[in-house]
Design a protein around this ligand. Structure first.
Ligand code: DAH
Length: 336
């Protein structure tokens, strides 16, 4: 038995394993459970004379450990040479795209309009969405009972005949003109972006809330030419130099003269190839408005305008129904 062990020990010194298959063959040959050479020697230890068994057992154990070490060393060496195991992922699967939100088209449009007017030298002013009668109507030259109040389908917070003389959800951003001029003497050059509310029949072109950007410039010697210039400059910067626009005479209590501005909306499906779309009201600030805020109408003149942000966003993005801005349908919002 000891001779056999010696011979095997000798044999092991010559072993060179160069592939993982060879290492596995080696393991089965010497250490295999059923008929490995060394395993079989252990099975025969019962035939050794009892006195020799401790020595034989010890040597056999050493031989087994030697064989195991040779095998383990070969496996470690060969696996390392093969490089890291292939990662447990399927690189051909399509990736998972993270869902990213987008800026709402109205917020984007409001932001872009504001930025343009800031570049033209306008400061940004704000006012409350809940307004009193004075700022929303009276100071803007809507006398009580004046039919022009009917132009603005008002949501009342407090009834007009009540003790507080009417508190409303502002129907336009024009009250910010009053708030600014009450606190600042001319020259004044501001825009006021914000939300407004109207109790109107809801349709593709009207919603109960929408956004406006008010503009106001009051100084000595401001003319209608200045108004036309700033609005054309804005339209060309916003819609492109080939924009088609027109000034159309109109009426507002707080401006005289007044004009509305239309932009041509090209639409191949329309019989005329498109149509004029109103985007803003404007005019020269009425002397009564200047007087209401304590500015001298003999000394100062000014222009004002109020543009509909939804209308402008609809033109810009080719949207034909205002309600889509307020439905929060992801399929709509994803497109921006
Ligand atoms: N406030 C008007 C509206 O909501 C729009 C408007 C017209 C604003 C003329 C102005 C202006 O500042 O001068 O219909």
């Amino acid at each position: 038995m000891l001779d056999r062990i010696d011979a095997l020990r000798e044999e092991l010194t010559d072993v060179t394993l160069t592939t993982l298959d060879e290492a596995e063959d080696f393991r089965i040959t010497y250490l295999g459970q059923r008929s490995g050479i060394i395993t079989n020697l252990f099975k025969k230890i019962g035939q050794v004379a009892p006195a020799d068994r401790p020595t034989v057992g010890k040597q056999l154990n050493a031989l087994k450990q030697r064989a195991e070490a040779i095998h383990q060393e070969a496996v470690d060496r060969l696996e390392q040479a093969a490089g890291p195991a292939a990662p447990d992922v399927d690189l051909t699967l399509p990736g998972r795209t993270p869902r990213v939100g987008s800026v709402h088209p109205l917020a984007q449009t409001l932001h872009d309009i504001t930025r343009l007017f800031e570049r033209f030298g306008f400061a940004v002013a704000e006012g409350p969405e809940i307004e009193d009668d004075w700022h929303n109507f009276t100071a803007l030259n809507f006398p009580p009972e004046h039919p022009a109040r009917d132009m603005q389908d008002t949501f009342f917070v407090e009834p007009p005949e009540g003790p507080r003389n009417g508190v409303v959800l502002r129907t336009h951003t024009s009250p910010v003109q009053i708030r600014v001029m009450e606190n600042t003497a001319p020259p004044v050059r501001i825009i006021a972006p914000g939300r407004v509310y109207r109790n109107e029949a809801i349709s593709y072109k009207s919603f109960c809330l929408f956004h406006q950007v008010e503009g106001l410039y009051v100084d000595e010697g401001v003319t209608l030419g200045d108004l036309k210039h700033i609005l054309r400059t804005f339209a060309e910067a916003f819609f492109g130099a080939d924009v088609q626009m027109r000034f159309r005479p109109s009426y507002f209590p707080f401006t005289e003269p007044s004009a509305e501005v239309d932009i041509w909306w090209a639409d191949p499906e329309h019989p005329d190839g498109g149509r004029w779309m109103e985007i803003l009201g404007s005019g020269m600030v009425h002397p009564n408005v200047l007087e209401a805020v304590g500015a001298d109408p003999e000394r100062y003149t000014g222009y004002a305008f109020g543009m509909g942000v939804e209308r402008i966003a609809m033109l810009r993005y080719g949207i034909d129904d205002i309600r889509t801005f307020y439905e929060n349908d992801v399929r709509f919002l994803q497109q921006f």
